[in-house]
Design a protein around this ligand. Structure first.
Ligand SMILES: [Zn+2]
Length: 333
């Protein structure tokens, strides 16, 4: 293997010997392989016809349901290892040529049906750093689930319905997993579609009733119920309707809820920091487990986290924004 080079080029380009990989490109690219880490929109693209795409089967199925045809994907490439990154169903980290480890989006803790990011040691680490700032320390998930169940119980006592909101792929299925003992239970159509693919992949999620916002907005029962819905502001037409007509309590779930004012920003009644990403201590742990010489950071607090890593003695630099070529920085040849 003739050395490894990492650059950013509409995605993260890794040249390992004669083989070029582009990781999570934003559009069709010229490469031997492209890698799609998971089926969130900001990590997907519509590949060219002859592109060889590395992705898990679940990612390909979820992508198709979201209008992205990844073609015939593969999980088996010589010199490549895919590892569960714990972020959402099907999300993978990738290890290339025994040297480069790319996290994609990753979580450092088990949640419901999701495991945590699996690691391998590697000389070069390319990592997401969405919450790479020390104030992001997420609470224990079990404690958060207890709090939310308490909140739903008190709403039910008062005859009030509750809308639990999160990204329709990933967060919504965790909410479905944690809070489906409440009845009646409704899933917004966009959530129900993603739930079905989870069930196809062996995740046990309760069926609930499918809620079509355009047809069913006036036919919900009076009194308490729970609905899992996409993240929306309270100014969203449907949400303000559910509030006015049914007295629904709006609850948002996101790692950003660690920040003061998140509920106010969305206009929701409550918000909880349930995240599918690593918090700050988990990011540090991830780096220690992989034990790299060089770290590239991307997303969120990428420059802050890179500078923290430099203080810890790592060679670290942000890959975003995709500025200059990094060849001057890299000593690999
Ligand atoms: Zn993601």
């Amino acid at each position: 293997m003739g050395g490894v080079r990492v650059t950013s080029n509409s995605g993260i380009q890794v040249d390992a010997g004669k083989t070029r990989f582009v990781l999570d490109p934003k559009g069709a690219v010229s490469a031997d392989y492209t890698f799609v880490s998971h089926a969130h929109i900001d990590h997907m693209h519509n590949p060219a016809r002859d592109e060889k795409v590395i992705a898990s089967k679940a990612t390909a199925d979820l992508a198709r349901a979201r209008g992205y045809d990844l073609g015939s994907t593969t999980e088996e490439v010589e010199g490549v290892e895919l590892l569960d990154s714990g972020h959402i169903l099907g999300s993978r980290a990738i290890k290339i040529a025994d040297e480069v480890y790319y996290t994609g989006d990753a979580s450092g803790r088990e949640r419901g049906f999701l495991g945590k990011c699996r690691t391998r040691s590697a000389r070069i680490l390319i990592m997401e750093t969405t919450y790479g700032s020390p104030e992001y320390v997420f609470p224990q998930t079990a404690k958060l689930v207890r709090q939310v169940n308490g909140l739903i119980a008190s709403a039910f006592d008062r005859g009030r319905p509750v809308v639990l909101m999160g990204y329709p792929l990933g967060k919504a299925q965790l909410l479905a997993y944690y809070f489906s003992s409440w009845e009646p239970l409704f899933f917004h159509a966009s959530v129900a579609t993603m739930n079905e693919i989870h069930v196809d992949h062996g995740i046990k999620l309760k069926a609930g009733s499918r809620f079509h916002p355009s047809e069913d907005a006036d036919s919900l029962p009076g009194g308490p119920w729970v609905m899992v819905a996409p993240m929306s502001s309270s100014r969203n037409r449907l949400m303000s309707h559910l509030r006015k007509k049914y007295g629904a309590i709006l609850v948002a779930f996101s790692g950003w809820a660690m920040g003061a004012g998140y509920s106010r920003f969305l206009g929701t009644d409550y918000s909880f920091p349930l995240s599918d990403h690593c918090d700050y201590p988990e990011l540090i742990k991830l780096v220690e487990a992989i034990s790299p010489e060089t770290v590239y950071t991307t997303h969120g607090y990428s420059s802050e986290f890179a500078s923290d890593l430099r203080r810890m003695g790592f060679s670290a630099r942000t890959l975003s924004p995709y500025q200059s070529s990094l060849s001057d920085y890299l000593k690999e040849s």
